[in-house]
Design a protein around this ligand. Structure first.
Ligand code: NAP
Ligand code: ZN
Length: 349
């Protein structure tokens, strides 16, 4: 079937309307009418070929929510009309230790929602900046929020799970002091989630203008990271720091804020590397720097249910599909509170 989408034909061209095809649903497939799709910074990195290996045409988008319109004969968990989500994963080998453990995000043969090889035309996956998607039921998530919140649920499918998973893995909860670095799409979800988990939350931002806003999100304190004195006041005090910054920066400024055995986990994936961190800062207090990538399917469902239970959604600015290039420019300037979401109904024109 042919459907409308927006995407790019090369890394130096703006996104533009295009027609794409989706496979007919197979026995285990769910066909989804996409209502909204969030705009992640990873979309910019990939559509502009900042990371290696972008396949064109590139239709980004991995924060997908919508309604089921058809299901294959063997699908038992979903039926037409259901509110569902699709995140960053649409397939994996289903046979390795990671897949058995529900950590499909770490499967060596994971298929990302866009920009990954697939047998479907045109030979690589095409994402959620489109009217419909067809996905194996294993990778479809159930949305239990009220339908009126659907647009603001979309960013949970990447920004939500990418922050929830490391916060859980490193046991964030009551009695723990947690830093969230970079208050963008991921960071603002990190603040909301760490706060809901019961931790003491300190937000680190380079933008003075976000000081009050970050408190409203649930931060107990906000530090402008350019201010050395403010940083020094938190030296050796954090159990855990989640760093979401999309650009290379000085990691030592944050490792020195960890207490003994503290960990800073990097989820931001800049186009070029950070300067190497100072090893002595790690050695002296047995501190660690780690990484984390999105989350598996069971944990993504757990995160969605946690958010539905706690009334958590993203703070969004809804845009038309034809505003996407302008939205990218604004994201690069940090001018969004805190996630753009495309109204996919505007793709029908
Ligand atoms: P975003 O909305 O653009 O937010 C990034 C934030 O980082 C900005 O709002 C800004 O916060 C801070 N920042 C940006 N440039 C900076 C600079 N030069 N120096 C210091 N701070 C800077 O991006 P996002 O969608 O949250 O994504 C963040 C990063 O995570 C991207 O690299 C993305 O590709 C990556 N990502 C990784 C995963 C994963 O699985 N690991 C998943 C999704 C996304 P302040 O204004 O508060 O300083
Ligand atoms: Zn993302």
């Amino acid at each position: 079937m042919n459907i409308n989408a927006i995407g790019a034909y090369s890394g130096t061209q703006p996104l533009e309307p295009m027609s794409i095809t989706r496979r007919e649903p197979g026995p285990h497939d769910v066909q989804i009418d996409i209502a909204f799709c969030g705009v992640c910074h990873s979309d910019i990195h990939q559509v502009r070929a900042e990371w290696a290996g972008t396949l064109y045409p590139c239709v980004p988008g991995h924060e997908i929510v919508g309604h089921v319109i058809a299901t294959g004969a063997h699908v038992t968990g979903f039926q037409p009309g259901d509110l569902v989500g699709v995140g960053c994963i649409v397939d994996s080998c289903k046979q390795c230790d990671e897949c058995f453990d529900g950590l499909e995000n770490y499967c060596d043969n994971m298929t990302g929602t866009y920009n990954f090889p697939t047998p479907d035309a045109p030979g690589h996956t095409l994402g959620g900046y489109s009217q419909q998607i067809v996905v194996h039921e294993r990778y479809v998530l159930r949305v239990r929020h009220p339908e009126s919140q659907l647009a603001a649920v979309a960013p949970l499918l990447c920004a939500g799970i990418t922050t929830y998973s490391p916060l859980r893995h490193w046991n964030v909860g009551p009695g723990k002091k947690v830093g969230i670095v970079g208050i963008g799409g991921l960071g603002h979800m990190g603040i909301k989630l760490a706060h809901a988990m019961g931790a003491e939350v300190v937000a680190f931002t380079t933008s003075d203008s976000k000081r009050e806003a970050a408190k409203a999100l649930g931060a107990d304190e906000v530090v402008v990271s350019r201010n050395a004195e403010e940083m020094q006041a938190h030296a050796k005090s954090f159990d855990f720091i989640l760093n979401t910054v999309a650009a290379p920066h000085n990691l030592d400024a944050f490792t020195t804020l960890l207490k003994r055995d503290g960990t800073m986990t990097l989820v931001g994936a800049p186009a070029s590397p950070h300067d190497a961190p100072e090893v002595f800062n790690l050695i002296f207090k047995r501190r660690a720097i780690a990484g984390s990538m999105i989350g598996g399917i069971p944990e993504t469902q757990e995160m969605l249910d946690f958010c539905a239970e706690h009334g958590i959604v993203a703070d969004i600015e809804l845009i038309r599909a034809d505003q996407i290039n302008e939205a990218y420019e604004r994201m690069l300037k940090g001018d969004v509170k805190y996630r753009f979401v495309i109204d996919n109904a505007t793709l029908s024109a």
